[in-house]
Design a protein around this ligand. Structure first.
Ligand SMILES: [Zn+2]
Length: 319
């Protein structure tokens, strides 16, 4: 299906996405037990989301297969998700990304004295790498989206490997600082990816992770969910994911909700166990709500308009 038609199809409320998916265990604790938290996503399309009954990590169920996600990212993703009509990242995206890069670099200041070896895991269009390189650091990016990776190389002259993380090899301890900004929620195996990043990290290195907060404020529960976000984290689930990967929050940094800078945990320390019934607690947070009433109230159209105006506003800010 042409990209544009697929994008239109993806906007029609109360219809499913074109995928079959598969049943997978929780990537954090391995449990198959799950509780449904939502039947629709933020566009009111049919999309089932579950919380792992044991640890409370939230995921799409059934989980899109690698092939289905590859097809989505190769096809309508940029248009669907970032309103990118051409291969070049849109102005509003670059503006936001630059703003975000400045915030991230400021936050990481305690770890950035002298020249550091820095990896941006999921480097997108490269604004963070460009800023860090300008500050004197040795930077490297990984980005599976070929067009954004190419843009980063051409526009900023930074080193970006265009690959999925499973294909990338670095020697253990290769980086002093690794950042992963709004990436883990897109991965089918986010905890496995964290483990890999922990291996690439130097003994005294730090790993910055930011993902959307599944417990963050939204008018309706279903407004948290999106087809591109196959996992959703509560702050506690992100900390547990870090612990399982051999990490712990580093108190030198401002750790807020699901934006956490980790350091390596001391060898031999046991991972604290999570109590029973985390899934119940998480599921109770998500009200069943009434997507249909929301649709009929016209609020979804107002929300869509607000999103569009925000994008349009950012598009006219000079980059
Ligand atoms: Zn779990």
């Amino acid at each position: 299906m042409p990209k544009f038609l697929a994008t239109i199809r993806n906007q029609i409320p109360l219809t499913p996405y074109a995928y079959r998916g598969e049943d997978v265990p929780c990537n954090l604790c391995g449990s198959h037990h799950k509780l449904t938290v939502s039947q629709t996503d933020r566009r009111l399309k049919t999309l089932k989301t579950v919380a792992c009954q044991q640890c409370g990590l939230i995921r799409t169920d059934p989980m899109p297969t690698d092939a289905e996600l590859d097809a989505y990212y190769a096809g309508e993703y940029r248009l669907d998700y970032q309103f990118a009509f051409s291969k070049r990242p849109p102005r509003f995206h670059i503006t936001r990304s630059q703003r975000d890069a400045e915030t991230r670099l400021r936050l990481l200041e305690p770890a950035l004295s002298g020249q550091k070896r820095l990896l941006d895991f999921g480097s997108g269009s490269g604004e963070f790498l460009a800023l860090a390189a300008k500050a004197g650091h040795k930077v490297q990016g990984i980005e599976p989206g070929e067009s954004f990776a190419a843009f980063a190389r051409e526009a900023y002259g930074v080193n970006v490997q265009s690959a999925v993380w499973q294909q990338v090899e670095f020697a253990p301890g290769s980086f002093d600082v690794i950042t992963s900004n709004h990436v883990l929620e897109h991965l089918r195996e986010p905890v496995s990816a964290l483990k890999r990043m922990a291996q690439w990290l130097a003994e005294d290195g730090v790993l910055f992770v930011s993902v959307p907060n599944a417990l963050g404020k939204r008018r309706h529960s279903f407004q948290h969910f999106h087809f591109a976000h196959v996992y959703n984290f509560t702050p506690q689930a992100l900390i547990w994911a870090g612990l399982v990967a051999g990490l712990e929050p580093d108190p030198r940094f401002r750790n807020d909700g699901t934006t956490i800078t980790f350091r390596k945990r001391k060898e031999g320390e046991a991972v604290p166990a999570w109590g029973e019934g985390q899934g119940q607690w998480v599921a109770a947070h998500f009200e069943p709500g009434s997507p249909l009433r929301f649709l009929l109230s016209g609020r979804w159209a107002l929300d869509a308009l607000r999103r569009f105006r925000k994008v349009a506003g950012d598009s006219f800010v000079r980059a």
